[in-house]
Design a binder for this molecule. Structure first.
Ligand SMILES: *Cc1c(COP(=O)(O)O)cnc(C)c1O
Length: 513
């Protein structure tokens, strides 16, 4: 048996091994959660998982009165056992504070006979804030003892919109870190572009790339694999590159918290008693949002079903209904761009756990995916998966009608990503004994043109004009950070070709010192 470093678990004598993280594709690594967060991706291309998931559970009996931070502390302690209580408390306090528009952080609201859990009250008005407000703080505490004391981590990311801004907001002025974001020129919305190019902070860099998102993404991957560059950056600027992308354990784990928070709020409303099952309907593309619900279940939350809601890029729907995952299919640019994904990375973690940790199987499936563009899971595994995960999807016409229907029935405005979930939820049979919670992933004001048009308003002029007419027609108020972008000074105007990205990274690293 592998020997790991040990420490005292809270309130127990038994020494507990914390070096339990390894790749989904092999079990040879034995990393702590700090090491897994620092590395991001395993060297064989797999994602970090731990076989200890669920060994420490989170008590649900007394959740009702707890605030978000207390729940976060319990959940993170269970999932990141090598962080001390004080470290996690400091991270949680800083991440879930006044930068959120609602003191509940993820407030639960009634929606007809169902509920909606708002995940968009953070500084960038999208659900990625939940993870990216805390990731930099977790990352800052991963420096190995005896390592280069001057080492700085530079986060490098290519974005199709939401991730870039949420990462910028999280890492801006975070000690020991810098961040560089590339976005495809002309391919993000006016609001999204301004959100990034007006970002403040002394350690941030933003650059447009001539090309599409895939070009930028592939170039970023190549930069991560460039050993000469890595050597130069370490020698000249003490900079190590890292990723804030949704495969990092440090992004997944904070998302588990809002499932517990939803349950706590249901308990407080007497909508459930401890132990009663709940169903979650989850707009997802990369499978991160919904996988966190699976982790919550493994920690003891009574999750009855997790419903995967997709947009027209319905590769997950096809997988969950047939057992075949096939990424060789047309790619659609929809009105829910953050779910326009053909390779759903976090699915790999679900396959690992649902196959009882069969790393060989996962490795084979992933090699089929990269070789043939497709893989097929055994029937038995598919049946197990289907026992927990439901699925559905909405095309753009259905998204528009869902936005309208939700407004007309509930006087509640939803964004196009949430609308995919709403549409799927409305089509499902409802069991009155099992409360349903729809996760809402973005503020409708992030997509004011699409939402205004869906509601039959005049969607003309700038995104800001659309925001104003949406606000007026629905009696709602746009988040200040979004509305004030119109007048915010633009700091970043660089545009590079794909082959100029490496040079840009060198410059950004040099500027960090
Ligand atoms: C990222 C994102 C999603 C999907 O999240 P996954 O990590 O792919 O599950 C859904 N909605 C919005 C608004 C997002 O930004």
């Amino acid at each position: 048996m592998r020997r790991g470093t040990t420490r005292e678990g809270p309130g127990q004598d038994m020494r507990q091994t914390v070096n339990t993280f390894h790749s989904t594709r092999s079990t040879t690594d034995a990393l702590t959660s700090k090491q897994a967060i620092r590395r991001g991706l395993a060297s064989d291309g797999g994602l970090f998982v731990t076989d200890s998931l669920g060994e420490r559970t989170v008590d649900i009996d007394d959740l009702a009165g707890l605030d978000y931070r207390s729940i976060a502390l319990r959940v993170l302690s269970a999932l990141l056992p090598d962080y001390t209580h004080d470290e996690l408390e400091a991270c949680v306090r800083a991440a879930y504070g006044d930068q959120w528009a609602d003191p509940a952080i993820t407030p639960l609201r009634p929606l007809g006979d169902d509920y909606v859990l708002e995940l968009f009250n953070g500084p960038t008005s999208a659900f990625k804030d939940i993870a990216l407000q805390i990731l930099p703080r977790l990352m800052a505490r991963t420096a190995p003892a005896g390592g280069d004391p001057d080492e700085q981590i530079m986060i490098l990311t290519a974005t199709s919109g939401d991730t870039g801004k949420a990462a910028l907001a999280g890492f801006a002025d975070a000690p020991g870190t810098g961040i560089t974001v590339f976005y495809p020129e002309g391919k993000v919305s006016q609001i999204q572009q301004l959100q990034m190019t007006t970002q403040t902070g002394s350690n941030v860099h933003v650059c447009a790339v001539r090309g599409n998102f895939d070009d930028a993404q592939s170039a970023v991957k190549a930069i991560f694999g460039d050993r000469d560059l890595a050597r130069d950056l370490a020698r000249d600027s003490h900079v190590t590159l890292s990723s804030a992308n949704s495969i990092n354990v440090g992004r997944l784990v904070p998302q588990v918290v809002y499932y517990f928070s939803a349950y706590a709020q249901l308990l407080a409303r007497h909508a459930v008693s401890p132990g009663d099952g709940v169903e979650f309907v989850v707009p997802t593309g990369n499978f991160g949002d919904v996988l966190a619900g699976y982790y919550a279940k493994r920690l003891g939350l009574p999750v009855k079903h997790l419903v995967v809601a997709s947009d027209r890029n319905n590769v997950l729907f096809d997988f969950l209904t047939t057992g075949t995952y096939n990424r060789k299919r047309p790619f659609y640019e929809t009105t829910s761009p953050s779910m326009d994904i053909l390779v759903s990375s976090n699915l790999e973690r679900m396959l690992y756990y649902m196959s009882d940790g069969d790393a060989r199987l996962v490795s084979m499936l992933m090699s089929d995916l990269s070789r043939w563009g497709a893989f097929e899971v055994p029937d038995e595994l598919l049946n197990r998966i289907r026992g927990l995960f439901g699925c559905g999807w909405a095309d753009e016409h259905q998204v528009d009608s869902a936005i309208r229907d939700c407004w007309e029935r509930n006087r509640y405005v939803i964004d196009p990503h949430t609308a995919c979930g709403y549409f799927v939820m409305r089509r499902m049979p409802r069991d009155p004994a099992v409360p349903r919670v729809l996760l809402s992933t973005a503020s409708p004001f992030k997509f004011p043109r699409v939402v205004s048009r869906a509601l039959g308003l005049d969607a003309v002029g700038t995104d800001f004009a659309c925001m104003d007419s949406l606000a007026e027609a629905t009696g709602t108020v746009p988040p200040t950070a979004l509305r004030s972008l119109e007048k915010a000074p633009v700091r970043f105007t660089d545009v590079v070709a794909v082959d100029g990205m490496t040079e840009f990274v060198r410059g950004a690293a040099a500027a960090l010192v």
